[in-house]
Design a protein around this ligand. Structure first.
Ligand code: SAM
Ligand code: SF4
Length: 325
């Protein structure tokens, strides 16, 4: 058994949301902060271990922990341990808002974490405060420095491109990557169930960044098969790189290489899909592994060739904290 769909796309990459709780209030994601609507029941350590073992056997070698804010979980270090020790998982990764990074970068590395993405939508302290609701830019940047010191294999910065807020900030990020081996990835703002007004006001095509990069002598790298949807640019004078993630671009979904699991254990075939398949009932005992794998394989038949974001179809999720970005 291996995870390949009818469009011949392979899925070696799993994004595992371990909580939908978040302590930040990013304007485009959780502008009013996290609201606990029902009793939150997130996958426990045994359920995570069973899930990860089953997917690793199906050929998944990259697992990214996400949320919500994954580091709000008290057992985050144990979860890192589970994914980094799973046989076949070569690339344990996580995405974070960085608020606990400074104090924990070493501990998480020691537990086996190797790759991290930190979200920093502005390098300007006031703007960062305004976007996230927290005046924590300085501490997040210190956390990033600490991670470079510790020696993570890959350190990336996620920047959601926001018209009128950070669309003129490319020079700041270029300065940042000049001497640091960090990839800054500009992500086009995506419409979700909750953010239509914000989306209409702030969405901007990543082409504006691409044009500036090409004018500045940056080279668009050839995409390796299975490398995922980001397009990367490099420049001989810079230690770091710039990436663009443009979900509204043609052929974005042709490079899809990932499946998603929500914090309560539903399989999502697409971030913007209409289908959520509960897996939790098959995570209760080790001897359910084959049934779990069969359910996942069967669902792959329903993965569509593309999302329908262009038509405004945002699927099941109200915001990305619910499924992980
Ligand atoms: N809390 C962590 C963080 O912010 O890095 C992890 C979860 S967050 C949902 C994952 C990524 O999705 C972040 O880089 C965030 O900026 C991005 N994101 C959230 N909502 C988005 C949207 N509507 N469009 C594009 N990216 C979004
Ligand atoms: Fe929280 Fe991340 Fe959403 Fe910001 S983008 S509100 S940090 S989940």
């Amino acid at each position: 058994m291996s995870l390949v769909d009818k469009y011949d796309r392979a899925f070696p990459y799993l994004r595992l949301s371990i909580t939908d709780i978040c302590n930040f209030r990013c304007e485009y994601c959780l502008p009013d902060g996290y609201k606990c609507s029902k009793e939150s029941k997130f996958l426990n350590l045994d359920e995570i271990r069973r899930l990860v073992t089953a997917f690793a056997e199906l050929g998944v070698w990259k697992i990214r922990l996400t949320g919500g804010e994954p580091s709000v979980r008290n057992d985050f270090t144990e979860i890192i341990n589970i994914i980094s020790n799973a046989r076949g998982v070569e690339t344990p990764a996580f995405t974070t808002n960085g608020y606990r990074l400074k104090d924990n970068a070493q501990k998480w590395y020691d537990a086996g974490m190797r790759n991290l993405n930190v979200s920093i939508d502005s390098l300007n302290r006031e703007k960062f405060h305004k976007i996230t609701g927290h005046d924590r830019l300085v501490s997040v940047l210190e956390g990033l420095e600490k991670s470079l010191e510790v020696g993570y294999d890959s350190v990336k910065v996620n920047v959601v491109l926001l018209k009128g807020i950070n669309d003129n900030a490319l020079p700041d990020y270029l300065d940042y990557v000049r001497h640091r081996p960090v990839t800054v990835r500009f992500i086009e703002l995506m419409q979700t169930g909750d953010n239509l007004e914000y989306f209409k006001k702030r969405h901007l095509s990543a082409e504006v960044i691409q044009t500036k990069l090409l004018e500045g002598g940056w080279t668009r790298n050839i995409r390796i098969n299975g490398a995922g949807p980001a397009v990367n640019f490099t420049h001989p004078d810079y230690a770091g790189a710039i990436g663009l993630i443009a979900p509204y671009s043609k052929d974005f979904c042709a490079g899809c290489n990932r499946l998603r699991i929500t914090a309560s254990g539903d399989l999502r075939l697409c971030l913007f899909g209409e289908i959520g398949v509960p897996l939790r009932d098959l995570l209760q005992r080790d001897d359910q592994k084959h049934a779990l794998q069969e359910r996942v394989m069967k669902q792959l038949d329903y993965k569509k060739s593309s999302h329908f974001l262009m038509q405004g179809e945002t699927g099941l999720i109200p915001n990305l904290s619910a499924t992980g970005g």
